[in-house]
Ligand binder design. Sequence first.
Ligand SMILES: NC(=O)c1ccc[n+]([C@@H]2O[C@H](COP(=O)([O-])OP(=O)(O)OC[C@H]3O[C@@H](n4cnc5c(N)ncnc54)[C@H](O)[C@@H]3O)[C@@H](O)[C@H]2O)c1
Length: 371
Amino acid sequence: MFRPQLLRQTARAVFSQTSRSNFKTTRPAIRTVRNFSHTPYRLQREPKNDDVDAATTSGEPGESGDHEGQFARTDKSVRVEYPEEEDLPSSQPVQGRGGFHFKRTLASFSLEGRVGVVTGGARGLGLVMSQALVASGADVAIVDLNKEEAMRSAKGLVETFKAENPGVEKLPKVTAHFCDVSSPTSVNQSVAEILKEHGKIDNLVTSAGFTENYDAISYPHDRMQKLWGVNVDGTYLFAVAVAKHLMERKAQGSIIFIGSMSGAIVNVPQPQAPYNAAKAAVRHLAASLAVEWAHAGIRVNCISPGYMLTALTKKILDDNPDLQKQWTSLIPQGKMGRPEDLMGAVTFLASDASNYVTGADLRVDGGYTIT
Ligand SMILES: NC(=O)c1ccc[n+]([C@@H]2O[C@H](COP(=O)([O-])OP(=O)(O)OC[C@H]3O[C@@H](n4cnc5c(N)ncnc54)[C@H](O)[C@@H]3O)[C@@H](O)[C@H]2O)c1
């Protein structure tokens, strides 16, 4: 039976053998022999002058140009060590987000009467999310490694609230507590301290965390352990301590983990394998604990932010100015987020508005992870 398909493949194999042996004479012969197959070619083209072929797995690395993998690979020359505490600027509460307004909104979004705990709340995303809880009616305990910064931020939140709500009868209670979230002893001590000050905990937001960039081969092991200790152990330990309290109190509660889109995709070009893996763990920990604690009325969800402009990301961009263009070119919305873009997401997940949402991962990333 005449098989045009087979004929084309034969021609192609012969062509490939001759033209390829011209291309690189040192190449081992075995690489130039194409296997016969009855599978139809996806591209029904004549073999001659077919540049597309070089762009398939039959081409040599780099054969079709320098662009190969250009937007899909890490670059080990990008290296950013997480800075020392004193080298990081402090954050200020955002303005104009917490005043009285007369717009109709669902009452279920209110956090009146609740107590929220925010780890890593002294700065960055944690501070803005603390402010969202306060603006929505909650009292808040800010927990941080940097207690002085946490105290300044707690004071700043109350002052901002006062300025934006002149004549208000009751001010929110915002306290500051030291904790190294990677230490079980420290976590238990700070939870006990918070309970002494506030009497209860209803919501937890785990924002303590950090990232740094090393290629995997060069990543110092002690730094990797520290990164996982804060991002993963810290999230787990605080969640367990708060869930235990809620169960003892027989109260419902909502826990929100701050993951990252890096838990679902691999960022480029900066290499950060341990961070990506840590955030994937955080996301799946939320899902797992959501199942384990559903019987007790405790919801556990994850927020996975994309690139948000905080001290952490600003440091990376200051060290590597080209990254900003690369990052924003990969975001469908074309922009990095601001920390205040998380205010709605955290309020939704903390409040009764999300009563039937548990184990979810809410991406706040300008669409990064959908392309
Ligand atoms: N900034 C972003 O673009 C971005 C994107 C996705 C996810 N995230 C995640 O959001 C969270 C907050 O990031 P950020 O940009 O606000 O960082 P940040 O450095 O501005 O704030 C982190 C806070 O955590 C505190 N902290 C660090 N180690 C701690 C420890 N062991 N115990 C208690 N507190 C500790 C720091 O003192 C700091 O106040 C992190 O988990 C980060 O991975 C950030």
